[in-house]
Design a protein around this ligand. Structure first.
Ligand SMILES: CC(C)(COP(=O)(O)OP(=O)(O)OC[C@H]1O[C@@H](n2cnc3c(N)ncnc32)[C@H](O)[C@@H]1OP(=O)(O)O)[C@@H](O)C(=O)NCCC(=O)NCCS
Length: 207
């Protein structure tokens, strides 16, 4: 199968990992990962019943394939990252921000086997590069719960700044958590990050 679907590249390979648009068949891996309490420790939307997670992701995944079939970049893009043996290493998303014209949000979650390996940093760099290439955004943003040191570090390495905090915004179980809002203007994005990522993950290439 080709990585290009009527003009839209759907698979992006680097030497160590590949990134591709998620399919319904990836839902077992995604939902299974989100069912791990350690993965969900800093995620406001879990724990959640598996059927609720499927009900959230499936329409987004189906919509993105419809959009790709029209040779358009999805405004909500769900990617899967895999190693060279096609082992699931996580998912990442790029989403248009409602009410912020030109604003896009990124998010990412990895199973424990991929933690502290650089996969998170490289996935985030890919998401930013894909969004910048395909959507020419004005702003990029991401949120994380206060205390999520790995996520915060990744966002800071992208060049995002802490733009605001929402004290007690998220409720998980009985505990309220502060949400940190990170963001940046794309004009302030380090061009080296884009060049480095495109050198690692060629765009517009076929499988
Ligand atoms: C957050 C997450 C994506 C990080 O992925 P990762 O593959 O471990 O990230 P990296 O290996 O690229 O590490 C990025 C940086 O964060 C640091 N880091 C990672 N996990 C950390 C932790 N638990 N505590 C402190 N620092 C951490 C790394 O040392 C690295 O710093 P450096 O670049 O200065 O050396 C991953 O832990 C995860 O998916 N967690 C569960 C879901 C989640 O919280 N997603 C984010 C929601 S906002």
């Amino acid at each position: 199968m080709h990585g290009i679907l009527r003009g839209m590249q759907t698979r992006f390979r680097s030497a160590s990992e590949s990134y591709r648009f998620a399919r319904p068949t990836d839902l077992n891996a995604i939902v299974g990962m989100l069912g791990d309490d350690e993965v969900g420790a800093w995620l406001w939307f879990v724990p959640a019943p598996p059927e609720a997670l499927r009900g959230y992701f499936l329409p987004l995944i189906e919509q993105q394939w419809q959009t790709l079939a029209d040779a358009e970049p999805p405004t909500t893009a769900i990617f899967v990252v895999e190693d060279a043996e096609a082992q699931y290493l996580g998912q990442g998303a790029v989403m248009a921000v409602e009410g912020s014209v030109g604003g896009f949000e990124i998010g990412f979650q990895l199973p424990k086997l991929a933690w502290r390996t650089g996969v998170g940093t490289r996935l985030a760099e890919f998401l930013v590069t894909w969004a910048t290439r395909l959507h020419a955004p004005y702003r990029l943003q991401a949120g994380c719960i206060e205390g999520n040191a790995g996520s915060r570090r990744i966002l800071e390495k992208l060049g995002m700044r802490l733009e605001g905090t929402r004290p007690d915004f998220r409720l998980k179980g009985d505990a309220r958590h502060t949400e940190l809002e990170f963001g940046m203007r794309v004009a302030n994005l380090d061009p080296l990050l884009l060049r480095r990522t495109e050198a690692r993950v060629p765009f517009d290439s076929e499988l």
